[in-house]
Design a protein around this ligand. Structure first.
Ligand SMILES: C[S@@+](CC[C@H](N)C(=O)[O-])C[C@H]1O[C@@H](n2cnc3c(N)ncnc32)[C@H](O)[C@@H]1O
Ligand code: SF4
Length: 434
């Protein structure tokens, strides 16, 4: 589809935050031994991602890989398997250095305090030194004991999903959330970490510019110094996808919220991210992790891992029964299984170039000389679709760099969608149709 057409049809097709999307991954023709795969990679500035695929509820909009309300003994067995996979990866990667750690979900704060302490102890084996560390939490599951454990492990960023402070707006997307527990959680967050992020969603049924601003004001008053503003996406197979859609006023809400957040002193970093905090790695002696170039090591069945030539993960699922099966199958894997990649996406040189472009533009800028040095060609000839993005006013081409315009920033998801290769688009469409 032409970019002009995608923009005309609303501009909200899917999130663009990585490339290629995991629904483009397939079973690999032959399993790939991870030791060989990682041997040729630079392993001095890795991103370690630990996945906790559990939540207290399934929100209507959410298609993340997460199981609802598992029993505590399942979670303990999950941590046993996570520890085994982490120790296999330690030996696969050695010698290596982790520059950043993220504990994501699902909802990592679903774990009990002792389970959370165990999770950090597992992480410590792979990254013994203090590094920028982020964790996702939900208001209903976080408490003082769990926050104290995060602080003991020098967590530098806590990210809380709040979505909205108006109960009618969250219940409209089938997220049960009691305002008193949100307030209690936000109060605790105030001094919990240097970076205190809150996720909010715009485009919720019943939401207005006024209520969105009020949600923003209140979380900022409670000490949030980073905000992620997510447009509501109704993705296939989610609970909301079975319901009638409502009027689309996301762009209007976004522009109003963006303006408001800027007047509160926040700097816009990407389409979604606004911050007042200083960068995570500031003052750290560790090399800075660059998503375009450095590897990602994912631990857990929902986690992706990125090397230069192969992205891999367990196959993706959204339905609860399929997620339960995937987690159970993953837990029963042997150490040898953990040392092989079976499902993923092999990146050709052309796909690597696209990935570099998309990830750079989603952060606002691409350095043309760096691109040329890496791929031996100019980015405009590598990705011809860029001409249309420039003509539509989403990207400005300067002699030394490409920059997202203000319009490009607000339409970054549609741009990321448009810049995908035909192969990736076809694979994603086939996954969604299956
Ligand atoms: C892993 S959750 C955050 C932590 C925790 N699980 C929670 O919900 O409180 C990731 C975030 O992605 C956003 N998100 C996920 N799916 C979305 C969708 N379809 N539309 C809008 N935002 C979405 C939500 O803002 C959510 O807080
Ligand atoms: S939004 Fe958060 S709490 Fe809700 S289902 Fe998704 S990961 Fe779980």
């Amino acid at each position: 589809m032409r970019l002009s057409e995608l923009l005309r049809t609303g501009g909200y097709h899917s999130y663009a935050y990585s490339y290629p999307h995991k629904t483009a991954y397939r079973t690999l023709p032959v399993p790939v031994p991870l030791r060989e795969l990682w041997a040729t990679e630079n392993r001095q500035s890795l991103f370690l991602y630990l996945h906790v695929p559990f939540c207290e509820q399934r929100c209507g909009f959410c298609n993340l890989f997460t199981q609802v309300a598992p029993k505590s003994d399942l979670v303990s067995r999950y941590l046993d398997a996570l520890e085994r996979q982490a120790s296999v990866m330690h030996s696969v990667l050695h010698p290596y250095r982790v520059a950043r750690l993220a504990v994501g979900g699902g909802t990592p704060s679903y774990l009990s305090a002792p389970q959370l302490a165990r999770l950090f102890a597992i992480a410590k084996k792979l990254c013994p030194d203090p590094i920028p560390t982020s964790i996702e939490v939900s208001p209903a599951t976080i408490d003082e004991d769990k926050l104290a454990i995060c602080q003991q492990h020098q967590v530098t960023r806590i990210s809380m999903g709040v979505q909205s402070l108006f109960p009618n707006e969250t219940s409209g997307v089938q997220r049960r959330q009691d305002p008193a527990s949100v307030e209690r959680a936000l109060r605790m967050l105030k001094t919990a970490a240097p970076i205190r992020n809150v996720d909010l969603i715009y485009g919720l049924p019943g939401q207005t510019e006024q209520t969105l601003r009020e949600s923003i004001d209140r979380v900022v008053a409670w000490g949030a110094n980073e905000l992620y503003l997510y447009p509501l996406y109704v993705r296939p197979l989610t609970i909301l996808s079975r319901h009638r859609s409502h009027d689309d006023f996301r762009m209007l809400l976004y522009r109003s919220a963006r303006q408001h957040v800027r007047t509160l002193g926040f700097r816009q970093v990407s389409m979604r991210m606004f911050t007042k905090a200083s960068p995570d790695a500031e003052g750290s002696k560790l090399p800075v992790y660059r998503c375009q170039e450095d590897g990602m090591v994912g631990i857990g069945p929902g986690a992706r891992s990125y090397t230069t030539s192969l992205h891999y993960a367990t196959s993706f699922a959204v339905a609860q029964s399929a997620i339960r099966d995937r987690i159970a199958a993953w837990m029963s894997q042997s150490d040898e299984d953990f040392s092989l990649a079976r499902h993923g996406f092999l990146l050709s040189s052309a796909e690597r170039q696209r990935r570099y472009l998309i990830l750079s533009l989603l952060e606002g800028t691409l350095d043309r000389a760096a691109f040329r040095q890496r791929f031996n060609r100019d980015v405009l000839s590598a990705v011809p679709e860029l001409a249309e993005a420039i003509a539509e006013g989403l990207v400005t081409a300067l002699p030394d760099r490409l920059c997202l315009t203000e319009r490009g920033l607000e339409c970054a998801d549609v741009l990321g969608h448009f810049l995908q290769s035909q192969e990736v688009m076809a694979a994603r469409a086939a996954w969604e149709a299956a």
